[in-house]
Design a protein around this ligand. Structure first.
Ligand code: MN
Length: 235
């Protein structure tokens, strides 16, 4: 048998923080599915909040990439989509947190792009298989610098995404089906939320394909901007 040396631990995953020189460690990445009515509708779903609950999927921390990056067009897809989202950054631990106290866990916010291999996601969805190949892949979680806003609940403010300068997604955080408060409280029933956990809160309508050469620019009122360039696929 070949001798294998043990490997070095992977580099810690982190994000820049506005106003600080040090980066914040990232723990887990949670994502909310179908959290704007108009996006649920464009994906062929109706959401009735009454009697329903939010649902989640996760991305590996290894899927994270900083805003401003150029990434290769992702492998094994012919339909990679942009999804512009508000990202909640958890800064304090919490388990089974009441909605009235959910804001106490919030460190701040960031802009996020939940890149999605839509063809793989939909193929999985049709077969009742997990979404991982469609959602959790390298460079699939693009996140801006974290903007500290301790204890603040963002409940309104425009959110938009431009591709090559043309507006593709535009909505308002007030259109979230489940609010930031409700999501933090609900997710904390399933997980012990911890500092460094990120929560992608869902995308508005207008999702669509990206292609090599595209320049994406997202903005959220009161949070900031995010940028991404799609490069050629890897040979
Ligand atoms: Mn999403």
């Amino acid at each position: 048998m070949t001798e294998f040396p043990l490997w070095a631990p992977p580099a810690p995953v982190s994000l820049p923080v506005k106003g600080l020189s040090e980066r914040a460690a990232v723990n887990r990445i949670f994502c909310v599915g179908r959290n704007y009515l108009a996006h649920a509708a464009e994906m062929g779903h109706k959401v009735e909040k009454e009697g329903d609950r939010p649902f989640y999927f996760t991305k590996s921390p290894q899927a994270l990439v900083d805003s401003g990056a150029t990434i290769p067009y992702p492998p094994e897809t012919r339909n990679c989509h942009h999804e512009m989202e508000l990202v909640v950054v958890i800064g304090a631990p919490g388990f089974r947190v009441a909605p009235e106290r959910a804001h106490e866990l919030i460190y701040g916010y960031a802009c996020g792009l939940d890149l999605t291999r839509r063809d793989l996601q939909l193929a999985a969805r049709e077969k009742g298989r997990p979404w991982d190949l469609g959602k959790d892949f390298e460079n699939a979680a693009v996140v801006s610098e974290i903007v500290p806003m301790p204890g603040v609940l963002l409940e309104r403010g425009w959110i938009k995404l431009l591709v090559n300068g043309a507006i593709k997604q535009k909505s308002d955080l007030g259109n979230l089906i489940w609010s930031v408060r409700e999501i933090v409280a609900d997710l904390s029933l399933f997980y012990h939320l911890a500092p460094g956990d990120l929560i992608f809160t869902g995308t508005p309508d207008g999702v669509g394909p990206v292609k090599p050469g595209d320049k994406l620019e997202g903005k959220i009122e009161g949070v900031g901007t995010i940028a991404l360039t799609i490069g050629p696929a890897e040979a």
